[in-house]
Design a protein around this ligand. Structure first.
Ligand code: AMP
Ligand code: ZN
Length: 111
C-alpha cells in the first residue's frame, strides 16, 4: 500500500522520532503549526478514526499523547490533541494519526 505514514512507521521514510513503542511512533510534524507539533501514528494502518474499532488502541493512543507531553515538558503548561477526520475535518493523510500541539496559547479551530 502506498501510504506515507506506513512508510514512516517502518522507517522506509525518515522522520524525527520523539517517542516510539510497539504500537505507535510519535514524530515531529514536517510543517509545524505550533512550537511543539507532534504526530502520534499507530503502526497499524487505519485510513481514518472511523475505521478503527479497536477501543484499546484508541485509549493507548491517548496514553501515548500523555507520555509525549511529559517527555517534551509541555504537560504542565498544556497542550491540545486533535484527530482530523475526512475532508471537512481537515484530514490530508489517510492513515489515522493524532496531532499534539503545544508551546503557545492555542485558540480558535486549530489555534
Ligand atoms: P492531517 O491534515 O490531519 O491529515 O495531518 C497530516 C499532517 O502530516 C500534516 O500536519 C503534515 O504537515 C504532516 N506530514 C505530512 N508528511 C509528513 C512527513 N513526511 N513527516 C512529518 N509530517 C508530515
Ligand atoms: Zn498507512
Amino acid at each position: 500500500m502506498d501510504c506515507i505514514f506506513c512508510k514512516i512507521t517502518t522507517k522506509d521514510i525518515p522522520s524525527a522520532i520523539v517517542l516510539e513503542d510497539d504500537k505507535f511512533i510519535a514524530i515531529k510534524d514536517i510543517n509545524p503549526q505550533a512550537p511543539v507539533h507532534i504526530l502520534i501514528i499507530p503502526k497499524k494502518h487505519f485510513s481514518t478514526l472511523l475505521e478503527c474499532k479497536d477501543k484499546g488502541l484508541l485509549g493507548d493512543m491517548l496514553s501515548m499523547a500523555n507520555q509525549v507531553a511529559e517527555k517534551l515538558d509541555v504537560n504542565k503548561k498544556g497542550f491540545r490533541i486533535t484527530i482530523n477526520t475526512n475532508r471537512e475535518g481537515g484530514q490530508t493523510v489517510f492513515h489515522l494519526h493524532m496531532h499534539l500541539l503545544a508551546g503557545r496559547p492555542l485558540s480558535g479551530v486549530m489555534g
